[in-house]
Write a protein that binds this ligand. Sequence first.
Ligand code: GRF
Length: 188
Amino acid sequence: MHSIIIFASGAGSNAQAIIDYFKDNNDAKVSLIVSNKKDAGVLNIAAKENIESLLINKKELDDATFVDRLQALKPSLIVLAGFLLKIPDVIIKTFPEKIINIHPSLLPKYGGKGMYGQHVHQAVLENKEIESGITIHYVNEVYDNGGKILQAYCPVLSNDTPANLAERIHQLEHFYYPRSINFLLKHM
Ligand code: GRF
């Protein structure tokens, strides 16, 4: 049985899509949800779904105790789904090629520090892009720079607002993130 650990700071719609996708799967399950925000929607999702959750702060993220706790679960993948803190090097070194992230743009465009959520979609619209999309990639020591696993595209329409572009992007994420995870697990 593959163990998946999700890290998320926000509403958790991607976490929900991943949980739903693997619900009837006997080969993989979400074993832990980690968040750094006590009022994050993703923690309510964990409670509702009976999945163990853990609230941590920036300092604890670096602690040996936290790394040990992750290791004890023997995760096949650590899945970042809207996690806003930088992953410390000790975690990256402990779980090589096991940490993945989803970014709401076609990297390398609109990536890097400060490029998250509405900031990304605002910039895409300001630059009058005709397409945007998502990038699922491995996490390494540099923000949004690890090897790509999948990119999916969607159009940017002339009357788009950051909010409705975000909605279209979320739909791509909810479809492709669980399936990319499944693909990676099957090829381990
Ligand atoms: C997603 O758009 C993802 O691309 C980004 O953070 C957002 C998280 O949304 N990294 P949600 O909390 O899963 O709804």
